[in-house]
Design a binder for this molecule. Structure first.
Ligand code: SF4
Ligand code: SF4
Ligand code: SF4
Length: 338
């Protein structure tokens, strides 16, 4: 892929021009966390280029929390989303497998995929909850982006990932060809970040996901102390870039029939409950197990890809302070003993 270089001030001025004709979202810091904001002249200076993922997964731009299925949505707006990290780009593969390439296609998802331009960033400062490298994801984008920005001294290396990305840059003369020392700096920075993530995760052993096969039984999941702290809040589901479950609700508030699709969470006690009141997963251990088995076994079996990118949102956002990596390490050890 072609790589260019642009100075920091030139990039800011380039963006100033772009916000006049595009709706652009980018990560901005608030209380030490990154949140996507719609860019304008004021917050453009606040974009964070050298951290890691935002709190919200990129999924919110492709598969909104709530939307109409009936009546049909006619106009899906074009968006530019900046700061998407490599783990969220992997999540797009999962979403594509479920909503675009499966037998049951979601036309709204496909339209949003066409109408989005993604400017991803390299991760420079991973969080303690990041474990992308443990699930085969690099902390720098390799695919699924239109442009990728890597911050280096005084500027950015801009990698062109698609025709759409190339058109976005156009013939702007503020972009130069990269030189060898800039590429060397990029490679060294990437290696350091990978090493840092491996160091963060050195106590966890969660590689052999295939060992989770057949671990439905509640007793496996009652052993790890962490799971007892689950309060079924559903935050791990709603923060996850690859959770895809939804409810369909029929309404007719103004006399016209409407069908609404809204995110659902398998950690909620009522998620799988049937009309008779019986649930196949009555305890929180069953529900927690189901979520992990779905991520690392069922999704792989059904769609050929594991449903976890290692983004760590389900760890950092868990009100019960459950570290999924610790749970997996303990549960997988139990399997080995059997
Ligand atoms: S975020 Fe934590 S407490 Fe909430 S449902 Fe998920 S595992 Fe349970
Ligand atoms: S399961 Fe957790 S770590 Fe994996 S993709 Fe979802 S939120 Fe991220
Ligand atoms: S999990 Fe990896 S790719 Fe995702 S934000 Fe953290 S360092 Fe970046």
């Amino acid at each position: 892929m072609e790589k260019l270089y642009i100075k920091v001030d030139d990039w800011k001025n380039f963006l100033k021009g772009k916000i006049k004709e595009n709706r652009i979202f980018a990560p901005v810091e608030n209380n030490n966390f990154l949140f996507y904001e719609n860019l304008n002249e004021e917050n453009l200076e606040k974009i964070v280029y050298d951290k890691a993922r935002a709190v919200e997964p990129v999924k919110i731009f492709l598969y909104p929390i709530k939307e109409f299925v009936v009546p049909e949505i006619k106009n899906i707006e074009k968006l530019v989303v900046m700061g998407v990290t490599s783990c969220d780009l992997r999540a797009i593969d999962v979403l594509d497998s479920v909503f675009k390439n499966s037998d049951y296609k979601d036309p709204n998802f496909s339209k949003r995929r066409e109408n989005i331009l993604i400017i991803s960033f390299d991760c420079k400062n991973p969080y303690n909850s990041c474990f992308c490298t443990l699930v085969g994801v690099k902390p720098y984008p390799e695919k699924n982006f239109d442009l990728n920005l890597s911050k280096i001294e005084n500027g950015f290396i801009v990698e062109i990932g698609s025709e759409k990305g190339k058109e976005f840059i156009g013939k702007d003369t503020r972009f130069y060809q990269v030189n060898e020392s800039q590429i060397k700096q990029l490679e060294e920075d990437r290696k350091k970040v990978e090493e840092k993530i491996n160091e963060i995760n050195r106590e966890f052993d969660i590689k052999n996901f295939e060992n989770l096969k057949g671990m439905y039984h509640t007793e496996y999941w009652q052993k790890p102390n962490d799971i007892k702290n689950c309060v079924s809040c559903g935050s791990c589901n709603f923060n996850c870039p690859t959770c895809v479950c939804f409810l369909l609700e029929d309404t007719s508030t103004d006399g016209n029939f409407k069908k609404v699709k809204v995110w659902d969470a398998c950690l909620f006690p009522g998620y799988a409950r049937m009309a008779s009141g019986v649930s196949p997963r009555p305890t929180l251990f069953d529900r927690y197990a189901n979520r992990l088995l779905c991520k690392y076994w069922y999704m792989k079996e059904n769609f050929g890809i594991i449903g976890c990118t290692g983004c760590g949102r389900c760890i950092s956002g868990c009100i019960g302070k459950i570290d999924k990596r610790r749970v997996l390490t303990e549960v997988l050890k139990e399997k080995v003993k059997v």
